[in-house]
Design a protein. Structure first.
Length: 257
């Protein structure tokens, strides 16, 4: 196998280990696709989400090695790296295709694996007028609204009170963040839906985040969120199902029978 390493990671390796990676094996920005690639991330879920944005092609699988706290999206906990690379070399990894979200109405297209979130910028509450396929649903008054994929249902959406969704389900989740009206609850919608979000902010602006990338919205801006044409191919932990991962990483206090 040949390899290239992200420039920042290569610098970190050199400073920590005195191992210098030749410039021919270092990339900045997006790496070039060769036609038979796998992207490997070393960090937590945030690192993997950053890597997804750097993928030069849609058909490149992503393999996460966890060195963070949770590592819900990663394939290895950092203890089986040699076995992981052996499985890569032998083509023995199991992969799943995951849905992504995209936006319309911003200056640039946003792509997200976990969620698109509109949230307040400052102390003032915001209002998010929400339509699904041009049908008015509700105006969420509070800290904002999360539109999550099934993959992202165990991330920000979950902390906002949203449901856990099997990543193979074909749906999105709308989860209000600290809603002013306590009767507001998360809503599950088909992944064929187009969600229109109109933002009203007393402070004059709000924020929109696509996973870990954040942009500014003005009062009255409208954004449409829908399923992206792109998919992400994620490596799965060896012999682990979604429910194994859910039990092990999310439910430490549950009796493991």
């Amino acid at each position: 196998m040949d390899y290239v390493v992200n420039e920042d990671f290569a610098n970190a390796i050199e400073s920590l280990t005195n191992i210098r990676i030749d410039s021919a094996h270092i990339f900045s920005g997006k790496p070039l696709a060769t036609g038979n690639d796998i992207m490997i991330t070393y960090g937590g879920d945030g690192t993997l989400l950053e890597a997804v944005a750097l993928l030069p092609s849609d058909n490149i699988p992503v393999v996460g090695i966890n060195s963070g706290r949770l590592g819900y999206l990663t394939a290895d906990d950092g203890k089986g790296i040699k076995g992981l690379f052996k499985a890569i070399a032998e083509g023995g990894l199991r992969f799943e295709e995951r849905l992504m979200l995209t936006t319309e109405g911003l200056q640039e297209e946003c792509i997200a694996l976990n969620e698109i979130t509109i949230h307040r910028n400052g102390a003032s509450m915001i209002s998010v007028e929400t339509l699904i396929n041009d049908n008015y649903v509700a105006t969420y008054h509070g800290d904002g609204l999360v539109v999550a994929t099934p993959t992202g249902s165990t991330a920000y959406s979950l902390s906002a009170g949203g449901p856990v969704v099997d990543p193979m389900c074909r749906c999105f989740v709308l989860s209000p963040i600290a809603p002013h009206n306590l009767t507001m609850r998360p809503v599950v919608i088909p992944d064929s839906s187009v969600v229109t979000l109109r933002v009203h902010s007393r402070a004059g602006e709000a924020l929109i985040s696509a996973d870990n990338r954040t942009y500014t919205l003005r009062d009255g801006d409208e954004v449409r969120v829908k399923m992206a044409a792109r998919r992400v191919i994620l490596a799965m932990p060896h012999n682990n199902t979604f429910y194994d991962t859910l039990r092990e990483k999310m439910m430490w206090g549950v009796d493991k029978r």
